[in-house]
Write a protein of this length. Structure first.
Length: 204
């Protein structure tokens, strides 16, 4: 069994796409062993309760710069892949080195555009529209020591229309996120993903 932990901070629609992908058999060899939230009272936790998934709250206001150490303590030796799905806290320290190329993140733009420090949520889509891009999309990448800088695994594109608002672009991108993240998890669980420097090679 390929054991997954999912890190959340909000509504959990990406978490739901993973839950659904396991339940319909698309991620047949995967099991969500734990969901960790950096705050209480988020709907992602409610989704877990509906599916009897173990949850842990590592409150960022209490743990501050010890959030990553606490995650490592909880997951080391038990988890094959950590998935950041709408996770808003920084991951750092031993967690990154002990789980090298075993932590992935979904970002709502085509990295390296509209990413990095402070670029999350609706802000990403506002910047894309302001810039006048014709394509946007989402990126699943490995987490490294930087912010949104790790090797890219999967990207999916969406058109950007002249009359788009940030909200309807966000919805269009989110629909693709719900396909990209399970796809990346599936490839990794099947050992089809090889990292060579900055490049990720997907084997057939
Ligand atoms: C999504 O746009 C995701 O790309 C970003 O957080 C947003 C909310 O995700 N990382 P979710 O609905 O909480 O999964």
């Amino acid at each position: 069994m390929f054991n997954i932990a999912v890190l959340v901070s909000g509504g959990g629609t990406n978490l739901q796409s993973i839950i659904d992908s396991v339940n319909i058999g698309y991620l047949s060899n995967c099991s969500i062993k734990a969901v960790i939230s950096d705050r209480d009272n988020v709907y992602a936790l409610e989704r877990c309760r509906k599916h009897n998934i173990n949850t842990y709250i590592i409150d960022r206001s209490l743990y501050k710069d010890k959030v990553s150490d606490k995650i490592l303590e909880l997951l080391e030796g038990k988890i094959d892949l950590i998935v950041c799905a709408g996770w808003l806290s920084i991951l750092e320290g031993k967690l990154i080195s002990k789980f090298k190329n075993k932590i992935i993140n979904i970002h709502p733009s085509l990295i390296p555009s509209f990413c990095g420090e402070g670029m999350y949520g609706i802000k990403v889509h506002q910047k894309a529209i302001e810039y006048g891009v014709k394509l946007s999309g989402c990126t699943v990448h490995f987490i490294d020591e930087g912010t949104d800088t790790g090797p890219i695994i999967v990207q999916k594109t969406v058109p950007v229309y002249a009359d788009d608002t940030a909200e309807n672009l966000q919805k269009r991108v989110l629909d693709e996120e719900h396909r990209a993240l399970p796809e990346a998890i599936k490839l990794i669980s099947q050992e089809k993903v090889k990292v060579k420097g900055r490049k990720v090679i997907i084997e057939d």
